[in-house]
Design a protein around this ligand. Structure first.
Ligand code: PEP
Ligand code: MG
Length: 747
């Protein structure tokens, strides 16, 4: 009698719960209390039959709401399929056992599952577990089976799913990580957060030290395996992440730092957290956004070690790689997470945090996988949920409705078709429909970027940023070290022109080993100003460039941040000295053409008067826009107002192009404008005939140029220059591109 009464009370309490989520919690809590269970959990079937863990007393609370067991999988799937209770003394030994890391149910041995069946359909599974290895008693089984059948009548499944779906905004804006559209099922990355660890005492220092050294070995082996799995697809820059992990894992300051803290009595995760914190903070304090983003790599490595310590990743063989279109989602999706999904199934990446400069974004770009960063935490998202990643518009659509999904499937198809067309363009000229040839150059800064430019059919290097080899080095590279790099680049490009820009450090590009502290670095000691003030360093760079050009004719030297006549005159004097020094040393090199970046507004009005000193100019639209608009595009507070198609920027560029035309000064554009299709139409209309951009963008821009005529571009720019708002200008150009049948380029 009392059992019946108790069961009625449990069911009644569930029926009376305030909300659907409270109802499922009441159910598991009351059953756990009544039977004195270690674990009581409730799984409910979604529309696909996957079982979502919606409430649990005993399993990891972080897993509740997040874990989904695919239909038919595991013991829960077996209960649902067989429609019978299952009573097992040692669950892990059962052939159907399906290990889910997040729930941490390894602690529990026995398993009792009851199907919850309504109108002949299994709507869920009620599960009891205990630590001991034992079968559940006949009395316990009877209670659970009775509850299972009564719950079928009261569990408000519809409202529960509605509540879950309402808690999640369907469209989430973020930051562009990599372009493209990806549709697939969510795979949540380990939510391991070393930074949330609290410090604790170490009980056995010797054993913990041995455990630490084993952990480093295990993770090193993991890194090796992941790297070799991806190697053919990796750009050298991304391979460098794995090298960085490897170096850090062999770095005495990390390995011994943690060991020392363990010896001082800290437990392993606490010691690891402290050391990783210190390493990451060094990068976090850097001004340069690229170097600052490197702190994410160190945090990833910390989480990787911590995850392995928790037993989440030690046996890499246990997890099956996904075999459907997969979207990786996590607070920070690491390079290792990416390595775990076969590239053909990796449809997209969504990061709650992270910037477009993180290695996750770099790798996504290298692999051509759409990515959206910084969307903020997505609560209520589960494994296997359907998601659209729109890397073009920087947004994520969670559980899209059928019409939205159909629309995106169409876009994806069109995008894939366009990609196919782009691949076929490599050997075709960048020629407008009226037969005007446009010269497309590549931008580069690393030796690793050289072959992509050539492979994409670049006619030369329009901007070689020499500061990047300086930034990745540990001290100023010697003249001979620079010579080796410059020679490889000039050689790789054969007879094609290479525009080497002299050192442009300072501002947003500090050197770690030469810190410059200034109140206002954007207006400070940078570019040509820094070079001329450090004449021996500058001389070694110019000598290295000239020596690299011995026997070749393709070197051109470009000066950054020029704002005063004297800077160009001083450079010519230094170049004369360098040529003379080399002649005295028996090295005969030809005097290379010399040009400047037009990126400081004051250069524009002086340009005509500098004609005799210059062989070419290149418009640096990034800095030119930032200085004209007084807007730092790396500052998130104001970045949304930054746009290089701002009417003021366009009018100044039109002025530069006009001066160049009148003085017959060859002019190119090498800032981001060259890879923005809207800006390219406007530049073409203004008369720009040479564009320099990252190799990855080159086929896309060639495709666009081959669909435009100079007349089309000219009339679009005339209309655009009458508007006084960047957004209106973008809309106008986009509308015209659709009419001309080139709108796909904007997807
Ligand atoms: C520019 O300012 O547009 C440019 C190309 O130079 P950087 O981005 O290297 O400053
Ligand atoms: Mg610049």
């Amino acid at each position: 009698m009392s059992v019946v009464l108790d069961l009625t009370r449990i069911v009644q309490a569930a029926a009376d719960a305030d909300s659907p989520s409270a109802q499922v919690s009441v159910i598991v809590d009351s059953i756990q209390r009544y039977l004195g269970l270690d674990v009581c959990s409730l799984y409910l079937a979604d529309e696909r039959g996957d079982m979502a863990l919606l409430a649990s007393h005993g399993l990891n609370p972080d897993a509740v709401g997040g874990v989904r067991i695919p239909a038919g999988k595991g013991l829960v799937g077996l209960v649902a399929q067989s429609r019978h209770p299952i009573n097992i003394a040692n669950a892990a030994q059962h052939p159907a056992f399906y290990r889910i890391r997040e729930t941490r149910e390894d602690l529990y041995r026995s398993f009792f599952g009851v199907p919850i069946v309504r109108s002949g359909i299994v709507i869920g599974v009620l599960v009891a577990q205990s630590k001991e290895e034992r079968e559940f008693s006949a009395e316990e089984s009877a209670v659970l089976v009775t509850l299972g059948s009564q719950l079928a009548l009261v569990v408000a499944t519809e409202s529960i799913w509605q509540e879950i779906n309402q808690n999640i905004a369907p469209i989430l804006p973020g930051i562009k990580g990599a372009p493209g559209i990806g549709i697939g099922q969510v795979s949540l990355c380990d939510d391991v957060d070393l930074y949330s660890v609290t410090d604790g005492q170490c009980d056995d220092r010797e054993a913990t030290l041995a455990q630490w050294h084993r952990l480093v070995e295990t993770v090193l082996a993991d890194v090796e395996r992941e790297r070799s799995g991806l190697s053919e697809l990796l750009s050298q820059e991304v391979a460098a992440v794995f090298d960085a992990y490897r170096l850090l894992l062999s770095d005495p300051s990390l390995v011994n730092g943690v060991a020392q803290l363990i010896q001082d009595g800290h437990h392993l995760p606490g010691a690891l957290k402290k050391v990783i914190h210190q390493h990451a903070d060094v990068f976090l304090a850097m001004d340069d956004p690229y170097l600052r983003a490197r702190h994410e790599d160190i945090r990833h490595l910390g989480n990787k070690l911590y995850g392995a310590w928790r037993g989440l990743r030690t046996d890499s063989g246990e997890e099956q790689p996904p075999n459907t279109r997969t979207i990786l989602v996590g607070s920070q999706v690491s390079v290792s997470d990416i390595a775990r999904v076969p590239t053909e199934y990796l449809a997209g990446i969504v990061c709650f945090q992270g910037s477009n400069l993180s290695h996750t974004a770099v790798l996504a770009n290298a692999l051509g996988v759409p990515a959206v960063m910084g969307v903020g935490e997505i609560r209520g998202l589960h494994n296997l949920d359907e998601v659209v990643v729109d890397g073009n518009a920087a947004r994520v659509i969670v559980r899209p409705t059928a019409p939205v999904l159909a629309e995106y499937e169409q876009l994806l198809k069109a995008e894939q078709q366009l990609k196919g067309e782009l691949q076929g363009l490599r050997d075709l000229p960048a020629q407008t429909v009226d037969g005007t040839n446009i010269c497309l150059y590549a931008n580069s800064g690393l030796l690793a970027d050289i072959s992509p430019g050539l492979q994409a059919g670049a006619e030369g290097l329009g901007l070689y940023r020499t500061e990047i080899p300086f930034m990745v080095s540990e001290t100023f590279p010697s003249e001979d070290e620079q010579l080796a790099v410059y020679r490889q680049i000039l050689e790789a490009y054969g007879g094609k022109p290479v525009h080497m820009r002299v050192l442009d450090i300072g501002g947003d590009k500090p050197l770690p080993y030469f810190p410059i502290r200034e109140e206002n670095p954007a207006l400070g000691w940078r570019g040509i100003r820094f070079c001329l003030d450090n004449s021996s360093l500058f001389m070694s760079q110019v000598r290295a460039m000239l020596r690299a050009s011995e026997g070749r004719e393709n070197l051109r030297i470009m000066l950054p941040m020029v704002s005063n006549t004297s800077e160009i005159i001083q450079f010519h004097a230094l170049l004369n000295d360098a040529l003379q020094q080399l002649a005295e040393e028996g090295i005969q090199v030809r005097r290379p053409p010399v040009g400047i970046m037009v990126e400081v507004p004051s250069a524009i009005s002086q340009l005509a008067s500098w004609r005799d000193y210059l062989d070419f100019i290149s418009i640096g639209s990034n800095d030119l826009s930032q200085y004209l608009l007084a807007l730092d595009r790396n500052n998130p507070r104001v970045a949304s107002s930054y746009d290089h198609v701002h009417p003021a920027v366009l009018l100044e560029i039109a002025r530069v192009v006009e001066i160049a035309r009148n003085t017959q000064l060859p002019c190119s554009v090498c800032g981001e404008m060259s890879s923005d299709p809207i800006a390219v139409v406007l530049l073409l209309g203004m008369g720009v005939r040479t564009l320099s951009m990252s190799a990855a963008q080159l086929p896309k821009i060639k495709w666009l140029l081959r669909r435009l005529s100079i007349d089309n571009a000219g009339s679009i720019v005339s209309e655009a220059l009458m508007l006084n708002d960047a957004r209106q200008i973008r809309k106008l150009v986009a509308d015209r591109l659709y009419v001309l049948g080139a709108g796909e380029i904007l997807w």
